[in-house]
Ligand binder design. Structure first.
Ligand code: GLN
Ligand code: ZN
Length: 758
């Protein structure tokens, strides 16, 4: 007899409650510890997680959720998809793995990109006609055994074969017509082999993640899904299969999976708005287990357990068993609210991080199997917290709401671009091909130390302020010496472009330990946006106007845009995101207007995350882009014609948002372009962009200093696409993570290149 799934989570954080894995990885990479020490840390983290999940009372504990770097990379390695440039390095398995993630001198790493619409980055597998799939690594089997030896029975989690191939890219040199999906049958053989081994090791359930089907998919891709799960379902020797589709509605894939011979399906009832209805009408679920993703795996709010139980009740009957789970892996939330000492206690009582969400799932599971009375106390406590949050004064700011009500279309409108251009030229008198940077200059150890010292009280505000002023002055002098045309203050006072604003706006809370893995050993600590957003006082005006007083050249004021602030925060779930965006936009608008009043004539509102929040389904694009663009314009349109608005976008692949970039109506857009050799300019031309544009002329992600000739080359390419009077010259992105030596040299080459062209 197979055991029920009952209550479970689809995955768990792995970086360690105190970022133990981050430290161990970085120590290993810098040769301060050896492989055995790194493996010991990893093992301890795995064992702790298994035990915690079992002890919390989950009926089914996910396994194989640990990763040294990334679970997509793990999958590639498991099935032998190691590109020849790494296989030939002669390194051991772990170092080959890290070489794929981080690159080595002779072999650049796999490309990295965002995991669906999250802030997690995965490594893009390279699959070609010659990729030889095999069961090359048995980590999933070993970890099952390792957990079993600790007395914990786990359900190994794997990236599903379709999602793996759909996330992969064609290897260099593959024929034009080749797609990774062409290799499905070969890959399925390797999956079959792994499933057999897992079964022989005693595994009862395996989870195969197929989030790729929460995005639009072609009929061929849906057919491939059907083929794959027919094939895996037919295997004689295999564990039960749980296929998990999350991050949205599965659409047609739900029907395909329901009629396939898999034993269980996990659906996302949080992001999948029509999934409840779809589940009740789809055929083929009877005889299967439906794993209901009722607890939000992407956000930090406590679950409304009553509502979740009501939803579960509507599903009973649609399948043999209704199990409860998180909507997706808990990889996307921090470990434990209990680790937060400084969050306001009331706000804290509304939060649930991974540990709390596991408990919520357990409570829901018990309510379903034993009846609500069995967990009456927990349900009552949750109810009280939900009610408190819904009625809390600190969530609502009547002035902000009134302002939002009173918005008029002209608030997000400026006069036509040509009129503005003439006014700006007159006021700014910039030379042809003006040079600038994206905002941040290198964050030196001294700057970081000063911030830490202020936080811990070792220095006072006045001392801190002086140190930042000194830094700003240094950065201004450096830019003058290099000969840049539009200067910046360098952003030394900002820990992070979103966190800094969150800390200075009402409606946000910050965490001490709320780390979430971004990629590899990199973690971020997203602010928590819990209430109406207001700006109690000007934030950047003092720094920017100080910088402006130091120089005759125009200093550009730097702000983060509303969409990016939302994208890199945990957002409230009690009102439409569009409303939250407009509130943030109004706060930024006030800052823009104050900067203008303080004499700043150029303002940059950064929206690097514009593309990132784009919904997975194209049917929702228009609505998103509409509020995203409106918010940006609300933030930036309150200025005079002569004030120049810049924006900055990065992380390439602008395809789906190219029209929105035009609609932002910024006077100047700086955009990542160096790595794609200015291709984006043609895309912009194709949609009639016609405004100032600064395609990045060198890649700041690498320490490499570009030669003047390379910059000249790129600029020549740019000039073929954009008339000189609209072209700006700047790096690809902010310089925060670079060192001064490189930055100085690179910017000098950039300015030399202009001299050659002018
Ligand atoms: N102004 C920011 C900086 O220079 C922009 C960063 C970004 O685009 N991610 O750091
Ligand atoms: Zn950028």
């Amino acid at each position: 007899m197979t055991s029920r799934i009952g209550s479970t989570v689809l995955g768990y954080p792995r970086i360690g409650p105190n970022r133990e894995l981050k430290r161990a990885l970085e120590s290993y990479w810098s040769s301060r510890i050896d492989e055995a020490e790194l493996r010991a840390v990893a093992r301890e983290l795995r064992v702790d997680a298994w035990r915690a999940l079992r002890d919390a009372g989950l009926d089914s504990v996910p396994g194989n959720t640990f990763s040294f770097y990334d679970h997509v990379l793990d999958t590639a390695v498991t099935f032998g998809a190691v590109p020849p440039r790494f296989a030939g390095l002669g390194l051991g398995p772990l170092d080959t793995y890290f070489a794929m993630a981080r690159g080595v001198e002779s072999a650049p790493p796999l490309e990295m990109t965002k995991w669906f619409d999250t802030n997690y980055h995965y490594l893009v597998p390279e699959i070609g006609p010659d990729t030889r799939f095999s069961l090359a690594d048995r980590t999933p089997v070993e970890q099952y055994r390792e957990a079993a030896a600790e007395g914990v029975i786990t359900r190994p989690v794997l990236v599903g074969p379709l999602t793996f191939l759909l996330l992969a890219k064609a290897a260099d040199g593959a024929p034009e017509s080749f797609q990774p999906l062409d290799r499905l049958l070969g890959l399925l053989d390797a999956y079959a082999e792994l499933l057999g081994e897992l079964r022989r090791a005693g595994v009862e359930w395996v989870q195969l993640d197929e989030p790729a089907f929460a995005a639009d998919r072609t009929p061929d891709e849906l057919d491939a899904l059907s083929v794959a799960y027919e094939r895996l379902g037919e295997l004689e020797e295999r564990p039960n299969l749980l296929v998990a589709g999350y991050f949205g509605d599965l659409g047609e894939a739900l029907g395909v999976l329901a009629s396939s011979p898999v034993e269980a399906l996990a659906v996302d009832l949080v992001a999948g708005k029509s999934t409840v209805d779809a589940v009740s009408t789809v055929r083929g679920l009877s005889g299967k287990t439906l794993v209901a993703g009722l607890v939000d795996g992407r956000n930090v709010w406590r679950t409304d357990l009553d509502k979740a139980l009501a939803t579960a009740a509507t599903l009973l009957g649609s399948a043999d068993e209704v199990a409860v789970s998180t909507s997706c892996s808990l990889l996307h939330v921090p470990y434990d609210v209990a680790a937060e000492a400084d969050i306001d206690p009331q706000v804290k009582s509304w939060l649930a991080f991974a540990a709390q969400k596991v408990r919520e799932v357990v409570v829901l599971g018990r309510a379903l199997s034993e009846g609500r009375d069995a967990v009456a106390g927990e349900l009552a406590e949750a109810r009280a917290a939900i009610a408190d949050r819904a009625s809390a004064d600190r969530v609502r700011n009547h002035r902000v709401r009134a302002r939002l009500q009173a918005l008029r279309p002209e608030y997000s409108q400026r006069s036509d671009y040509e009129t503005r251009r003439a006014a700006q030229q007159k006021s700014l008198r910039l030379p042809a091909l003006p040079t600038t940077t994206i905002g941040s200059f290198p964050q030196t150890t001294d700057v970081r130390k000063a911030r830490a010292a202020l936080r811990s009280g070792r220095i006072d505000q006045a001392t801190y302020r002086q140190r930042m002023r000194d830094e700003i002055e240094r950065v201004i002098r450096l830019q003058e010496e290099i000969g840049l045309d539009v200067l910046v203050h360098g952003e030394p006072e900002r820990n992070d472009m979103v966190q800094y604003f969150a800390e200075n706006l009402d409606g946000f809370a910050s965490t001490d330990n709320g780390w979430v893995q971004s990629y590899g050993s990199r973690c971020v600590r997203p602010p928590i946006l819990f209430g109406d957003v207001a700006r109690p006082k000007p934030i950047t005006v003092e720094w920017t106007s100080y910088a402006q007083r130091l120089t005759e050249k125009p200093v550009k004021g730097m702000l983060t845009g509303p969409v990016t602030i939302l994208a890199w925060s945990f957002v409230r779930d009690d009102q439409p995101l569009a409303d939250t965006a407009k509130q943030v936009a109004l706060a930024i608008r006030d800052e823009v207007n104050d900067l203008e009043a303080a004499g700043i004539r150029i303002l940059q509102v950064d929206e690097p995350a514009l593309r990132e929040l784009l919904p997975l389904r194209s049917a929702q694009h228009a609505d998103y882009l509409d509020w995203a663009v409106t918010s940006f314009r609300l933030a930036s349109c309150g200025v005079a014609e002569s004030t120049q608005i810049h924006t900055h976008l990065c992380y390439s692949e602008f395809g789906d948002v190219i029209n929105a970039i035009v609609a932002l109506d910024a006077d100047v857009t700086s955009i990542e372009a160096a790595r794609s050799r200015m291709e984006v300019l043609d895309d912009l031309n194709a949609v009639g962009f016609g405004r100032g544009v600064g395609p990045g002329v060198y890649d700041i992600h690498s320490p490499r200093v570009p030669e003047t000739a390379e910059v000249v080359d790129l600029l020549r390419a740019a000039l073929a696409a954009v008339p000189a009077e609209r072209l700006w010259v700047n790096p690809d992105c902010g310089l925060k993570t670079r060192g001064y030596a490189e930055v100085e040299a690179a910017l000098k080459h950039m300015v030399e290149a202009i001299a050659e062209l002018r």
